[in-house]
Ligand binder design. Structure first.
Ligand code: IPE
Ligand code: MG
Length: 214
């Protein structure tokens, strides 16, 4: 979900405002996708590299996340959305961890859609962790590693969207993206709407996927 800072900068607003509007875009998207028949949606909210940001910005992001859970969890839960967290979120402050654990627990039996949120997530760290776990149990194979990834209970990644004009993966779902279709857009995250997602899905529907076959 990239481009919050640039969105704010273009308007001579503080970065925190960009993050706040980014939060609104998340809310709008979750409301918009619940009837679209998506099995799972994963949002990259905080990377393991985002700790390099200023203490003030990190604290803004954490308060935003807390407020989001407090305000929106009931609505999300009522729509049958199951919340999953991927990443080492236990490294967050205890109050944030408690809110996240509650959100996971409260929605665990929901089946309409899975909303996975990547928090303190880094794909290389995920793969190293999964390989270590796989090795501890036996042979290291693509399957044994895959079974230990945070995403092991999520469907295969079909479509990966990157906003704000960047054309790189930035340590997101590297393993899972092996055969994913990519969609890059210049739209800054705060401006991203369910219509943009529909546009990306329509393009996805036109692509011919061969998975290495012909
Ligand atoms: C993404 O927006 C938000 C998070 C990383 C949480 P950025 O803050 O990276 O926005 P830009 O890249 O400065 O525009
Ligand atoms: Mg950025």
């Amino acid at each position: 979900m990239d481009g919050n800072g640039r969105w704010a900068k273009q308007r001579f607003l503080p970065r925190a405002m960009g993050h706040q509007r980014g939060g609104e875009a998340v809310r709008r998207l979750i409301r918009g996708v619940k009837d679209m028949g998506l099995e799972a949606l994963t949002l990259y909210a905080f990377s393991s590299e985002n700790w390099r940001r200023s203490a003030e910005e990190i604290s803004d992001l954490m308060s935003l996340m807390k407020r989001f859970i407090l305000n929106d969890l009931d609505e999300i839960a009522a729509h049958g959305v199951r919340i999953r967290i991927i990443g080492d979120y236990k490294a967050f402050a205890p109050d944030v961890v408690a809110l996240l654990d509650n959100a996971i627990e409260k929605t665990a039996n929901n089946r309409v859609m899975t909303l996975a949120v990547a928090l303190n997530y880094g794909s290389q760290q995920e793969i190293a962790r999964a390989a270590t776990a796989a090795a501890a149990k036996g042979e290291i194979t693509p399957e044994s590693i895959e079974a230990e990834l945070y995403t092991s209970d999520l469907p295969p990644l079909d479509l990966l969207i990157r906003t704000s004009g960047e054309v790189r993966l930035s340590n997101f779902l590297l393993w899972q993206a092996a055969y994913a279709e990519m969609w890059f857009t210049d739209v800054l995250w705060p401006d991203f709407t369910p219509e943009h997602l529909k546009e990306a899905m329509a393009a996805f529907g036109q692509r011919e996927r061969r998975f290495g076959g012909r």
